[in-house]
Design a protein around this ligand. Structure first.
Ligand code: HEC
Ligand code: HEC
Length: 206
């Protein structure tokens, strides 16, 4: 929050600052904020992870560590139900992320950004089945019809685009899973890498 200041008062503050600085140049560190920091604050992550520790959410300093984009995404995916049930302000919308926002959030939180291992697509197919994705989705044929066929016509061309697509559909999935009486599938990092690797290979659009 910006403390309240009348216009005259602001003028005075600026004038005083000018005098105090004299001829000393301003430090270059008045630099721009990291674009991922902007996302972290504007999407409400900071409210729980920095300002208020809602439900003992780990502090930003703990969230920031060396991990790959999908490792981070798995962490986000797994906490989606808890987060959805406890959004800091009532009536808040789900913080959807564009692929660009996902990418910069990753580079803000991920330190040196280690790479994901190459996907094991065979295992990815097993994950798809065992996580119940086909309860709602089809894969190039009849199975779940509640949601789109996962075999194609995605224009998801990067890891960040896939990570964002998974994140953005979490609340729909939470609601539909509750309706159908199935558990929300939590997912480990490597499982997510393999799953997305398999889906990308099956994306007939590419
Ligand atoms: C309503 C409060 C709330 C909001 C908003 C929220 N989180 Fe969380 N987050 C939590 C809590 C509580 C946990 C710990 C419990 C858990 O992991 O289920 C957590 C855990 C996490 C984890 C897993 C912990 C780890 O180090 O792997 C990640 C990653 C994460 N949050 C990222 C985010 C990001 C990114 C946003 C913004 C898009 C966000 N969170 C918004 C409450 C919140
Ligand atoms: C309970 C039903 C349900 C389950 C289970 C489910 N989904 Fe979805 N999924 C949906 C719905 C509904 C949408 C479309 C609405 C949306 O994007 O919010 C969707 C959208 C998606 C999208 C985004 C598509 C796009 O157009 O960007 C992807 C990717 C996806 N699901 C993958 C999965 C994977 C992988 C699993 C298994 C871990 C899974 N889904 C499990 C209901 C489900």
């Amino acid at each position: 929050m910006r403390p309240f200041m009348g216009a005259g008062c602001q003028f005075l503050a600026v004038a005083t600052l000018g005098m105090a600085l004299g001829s000393v140049a301003l430090p270059a560190a008045a630099a721009e904020e990291h674009p991922g920091r902007v996302v972290f604050v504007s999407k409400g992550c900071a409210t729980c992870h920095e300002e208020r520790a809602v439900l003992q959410a780990p502090h930003l300093s703990v969230l920031r560590k060396d991990r790959s984009l999908f490792e981070l995404t798995a962490g986000m995916w797994n906490h989606a139900p808890l987060m959805w049930a406890n959004l800091p302000e009532p009536g808040l919308k789900w913080p959807r992320l564009s692929s660009r926002e996902m990418a910069v959030l990753g580079s803000y939180l991920n330190g040196s950004e280690p790479k994901d291992p190459p996907p094991d697509r065979g295992h990815g197919q097993l994950v798809l089945v065992s996580k119940g994705c086909l309860t709602c989705h089809a894969l190039g044929g009849p199975r779940g019809t509640a949601a789109r066929d996962l075999a194609g016509k995605f224009s998801l061309d990067s890891d960040a685009a896939w990570a964002a697509a998974m994140w953005n559909h979490a609340p729909t999935m939470i609601a539909m899973a509750a309706e159908k009486g199935i558990a929300y599938p939590s997912i480990e990092w490597k499982e997510l890498v393999d799953l997305v690797g398999f889906l990308r290979a099956n994306d007939k659009h590419r």
